[in-house]
Design a protein around this ligand. Sequence first.
Ligand SMILES: Cc1cc2nc3c(=O)[nH]c(=O)nc-3n(C[C@H](O)[C@H](O)[C@H](O)COP(=O)(O)OP(=O)(O)OC[C@H]3O[C@@H](n4cnc5c(N)ncnc54)[C@H](O)[C@@H]3O)c2cc1C
Ligand code: FES
Length: 254
Amino acid sequence: MIIEDAVVLSNEQVYENGYVAWFQSEALAQGTEPGQFVMVHCSFDGADPFFARAFSYYKVDGDRFALLYASVGRGTRWLSQRVRGDVVRIYGPLGKGLRFPDERGNLLLIGGGVGVAPIVDMAERAVARGHSVVAMMGARTASALLPADEWPHEVEYVVVTEDGSAGPQGFVTDHLGEYQQWASRIYACGPNPMFESLANVLRHNGRRQRPEILMEENMPCGWGMCYGCAIFTRKGVKLCCKDGPRFQLFDVYG
Ligand SMILES: Cc1cc2nc3c(=O)[nH]c(=O)nc-3n(C[C@H](O)[C@H](O)[C@H](O)COP(=O)(O)OP(=O)(O)OC[C@H]3O[C@@H](n4cnc5c(N)ncnc54)[C@H](O)[C@@H]3O)c2cc1C
Ligand code: FES
């Protein structure tokens, strides 16, 4: 694990409450896996908020990396106010990332809300390895969807909204449709109710696709010291930060 004072290169709002911050840091950008995360100290003196906040890698490019984040509270509001040239203390890379299949395949990637962040990183790396990728994103409404131009152009991007303002109406897990049969592997990141629905949809004929999920439990430390992120799985109690955040869907929602 590396602790760095990373320099903010840019920090922009790209859609409703969705910000993308690019940082310069060779040490934090190199050797990462999709689904790994960093912990960001969202204050200058480390006093408030006291704990660093967890964010998945969204994009990685040489010695730069980006985070996609929603401004939901004190820490993320602070982060949204950083400007080019500011320095932010960050540690990582942390956790276990998603695993690619050995052979080229059809990958179905599913993102719920801001859980789409590591899904974009996964999509970029998957197309670079020659996989076919369909990325589905579910959001409350059209303005809360990640814009299409944030995805690699090789990806088929399918959107679902709860109010029907873009794509079919409902939850993303209601609309896997033909993509479920098409997929040789499935990966997902989003809120826990989305994983529960996904498990229900895939329980009977989706096990062969060995779905992997990224769990975003609250993480005070991020590296196995506080036990604040423990979850029950079929393989016993696991720490989301250290044993995950990647888990087999049916180990958690079996
Ligand atoms: C491994 C991991 C990866 C993550 N990746 C991203 C990402 O790429 N982009 C992103 O926007 N967010 C991500 N999150 C969630 C992010 O850590 C929280 O949004 C952040 O901690 C909120 O901090 P805050 O100080 O702004 O909000 P707070 O003031 O602490 O809380 C505001 C609200 O957010 C809820 N909240 C706080 N922390 C979390 C959390 N860890 N998970 C879920 N809800 C939380 C609180 O219950 C409260 O309702 C990730 C979390 C984890 C554990
Ligand atoms: S966040 Fe502290 S042990 Fe996982």
